[in-house]
Write a protein that binds this ligand. Structure first.
Ligand SMILES: [Zn+2]
Length: 114
């Protein structure tokens, strides 16, 4: 399963080797922060750049980040389990959704040509 740390690592443009270029310090979402000499755990930290530019890529992590419930589901495309925030989503990701759409498209085209 993907985690917020992995998402930052692979997607955040300001994250370089554990260091946040934007804040010029360690990434608070990974290393935690400090406020008036008190340590703040990473899960209690927030980052506006991350929330606006990185997090929307992954709806499930977005829900986890905001402490929302996620649903365990089985993908209609590949049969793998995945977590979702939406009741309506039936595919684990864009890949499965796209290939499923393609299949329906071909099917309806065949029907039409007969
Ligand atoms: Zn799938």
């Amino acid at each position: 399963m993907k985690t917020i740390k992995k998402l930052i690592n692979s997607t955040c443009a300001n994250y370089i080797d554990g260091h946040c270029v934007l804040l010029d310090r360690e990434c608070p979402l990974i290393s935690g922060g400090e406020y008036r000499g008190k340590k703040i755990p990473a899960k209690d930290c927030s980052c506006t750049y991350f929330e606006e530019n990185v997090l929307p890529i992954d709806k499930t992590l977005e829900a986890v980040y905001h402490g929302q419930e996620t649903l365990s589901k089985t993908c209609k495309g590949c049969g793998k389990g995945f977590n979702s925030v939406s009741n309506r989503s039936v595919y684990c990701g864009d890949g499965c959704r796209r290939s499923a759409r393609k299949k329906t498209f071909i099917k309806s085209n065949q029907r039409r040509s007969k």
